[in-house]
Design a protein around this ligand. Structure first.
Ligand code: CA
Length: 512
């Protein structure tokens, strides 16, 4: 600590006096596999980490992430506020909640209104303006698919109905000047990508392995992909352990060896797992992909070490949402408030600047962009449009810190009505809720706006959320959480606030 304090004020002075040149800025790498739940990290079974959480870690082997975690700030309570692919990614990239960034539903061709606003000032735009080279590799899934197939103009990129995959043209790339990406596509061993020029690449390789190889080529600057005088910002959107996870066709074979002989009750250890479900067999393939991703992440870290870049590179490992994997006996892996779906990994390493520890900061998805910019020393460039907060002072343990959030908002939108052409118009805000340090609550409405269901959990007494409390039996707690929810909805100018949904229980105007 003493050493850090003697160094930081000097750096601070230099910053104030003339501002660091772009070349002195740290590189930033943000790796986020899809549907990777927080409990699927081996270190949660290590006593140092296990003592920080009330639940049991999955029995997975992730040696590289375990080593990384011991060098990182590890958040135990990071929240995917709308735990579905596109809505998370829209918030991640823009720092704005869905109604402002445009991504109010999962993107596909029949939902033309759900797409990342082209004029949104996104994280890549900010890094680019600050003198960075910016690379996007892997799954994007924030654009409405249109008939802009560069290989066959006037058509979608495939003949799927509806179309989910998309090509993102240069004008929609938000500052990323190196591109090797696609919209959404789930054939893990035959992925495809469009490069910076719009050329399509079809690949016969497990996608995380291929994407990490592309990331390594970029870091090594093998083909002059970047300007070596500039720092770089790179996002790697890995698709697994997202489904499918039904056979060895879907998974990493080396990882599969670790789990193929284990019983499902040995693999599914959470107190709410239902090993009688048909889906339980997916655990072996899901965990195989978890271990494969760990190996690939290790290759990326080794490249940073080998090139002497590790000390000046901020590395984040996160996900877009979790995976229920039979918990609560549901088949839907995401799109619910339960911890398995809501809670995401968030590990950030910045050698010499961040001290290793586990922190229970309730980081919301829109906070990620400003916090990453703050860590990179670009706090003064956070756009005014950003609704999330810069929590880098908390991660750095600065003397002056922002107030910690008391709660994180949860949201679930469903399709609005369909027009004569079958296109979805608007959205139906089916559920809103919140996660606090001690409780999780979701309020769900029917299409007439009436209260349909309340989920209310005491996460301290009941970490696996097995018993939903009856609001009538705990009126003070319910009223207090409804008050907190009303405040979050007002702060975020949510449609529930504007339309005063469930005003009989949510005190929207209490503090106005
Ligand atoms: Ca996803």
């Amino acid at each position: 600590m003493v050493k850090i304090k003697s160094v930081i004020p000097f750096a601070g002075l230099a910053l104030t006096a003339c501002g660091p040149s772009a070349a002195e800025r740290p590189n930033v790498i943000y790796v986020f596999p899809d549907q990777y739940r927080n409990s699927s990290l081996g270190f949660w079974s290590d006593p140092e980490f296990a003592s920080q959480v009330a639940w049991q870690g999955d029995p997975v082997s992730t040696p590289n992430l375990d080593r990384f975690a011991r060098e990182a700030v590890v958040l135990s309570e990071a929240v995917s506020n709308f735990p579905v692919s596109s809505p998370h990614r829209g918030m991640l990239l823009s720092g704005m909640y869905p109604e402002r960034n445009g991504v109010v539903l999962n993107c596909m061709s029949e939902r033309p209104e759900s797409t990342l606003r082209e004029d949104a000032e996104c994280i890549g735009d900010v890094f680019s303006a600050a003198g960075y080279d910016c690379a996007y590799i892997g799954k994007l899934h924030v654009d409405h698919p249109t008939k802009n197939n560069p290989q066959r103009p006037g058509t979608y990129v495939s003949d799927m109905v509806p179309e989910w995959d998309a090509y993102t043209p240069p004008e929609r790339r938000h500052g990323f000047n190196y591109w090797y990406s696609y919209g959404t596509y789930d054939v893990h061993k035959h992925p495809h990508y469009w490069d910076t020029e719009g050329n399509r690449h079809d690949v016969d390789e497990w996608s995380p392995q291929h994407e990490i190889s592309k990331a390594i080529e970029y870091i090594e600057n093998r083909d002059a992909q970047r300007d070596s005088r500039k720092p770089f910002f790179m996002m790697v959107g890995i698709n697994p352990p997202h489904s499918p996870y039904a056979s060895t066709d879907d998974c990493d074979l080396e990882g599969y060896e670790l789990y193929k002989d284990k019983s499902l009750t040995d693999l599914l250890v959470r107190g709410n797992a239902d090993t009688t479900m048909a889906k339980a067999a997916a655990a072996r393939y899901y965990f195989a992909n978890v271990s494969g991703i760990d190996r690939e992440f290790g290759r990326l870290l080794k490249t940073l070490d080998d090139m002497g870049l590790a000390d000046n590179t901020i590395v984040v490992f996160a996900s877009d949402h979790g995976e229920t994997m039979t918990s609560h006996s549901v088949t839907d892996p995401k799109n619910s408030i339960w911890r398995e779906s809501l809670n995401i990994p968030f590990l950030v390493r910045y050698p010499g600047r961040l001290q290793h520890r586990v922190d229970d900061l309730l980081l919301s998805t829109p906070d990620i962009m400003p916090t990453v910019l703050g860590l990179a020393g670009l706090g003064d460039r956070i756009p005014a449009s950003v609704e999330g907060r810069d929590f880098s002072p908390i991660l750095r343990q600065d003397e002056v810190q922002p107030e910690r959030p008391r709660a994180a908002l949860y949201m679930r939108n469903l399709d609005g009505e369909r027009d004569a052409e079958g296109q979805v118009r608007g959205f139906f805000p089916e559920a809103r809720g919140l996660k606090t340090a001690t409780h999780t609550m979701e309020l769900c409405i029917d299409r007439d706006g009436a209260l349909k269901r309340v989920l209310l959990y005491d996460d301290v007494q009941d970490p696996y959320q097995l018993r939903s409390l009856d609001p009538a039996a705990c009126p003070e707690l319910f009223a207090s959480l409804c008050g907190e929810l009303g405040e979050l909805l007002r702060e975020n100018d949510d449609v529930w606030y504007r339309e005063r949904v469930l005003a009989e229980v949510i005190p929207y105007d209490m503090n106005n």
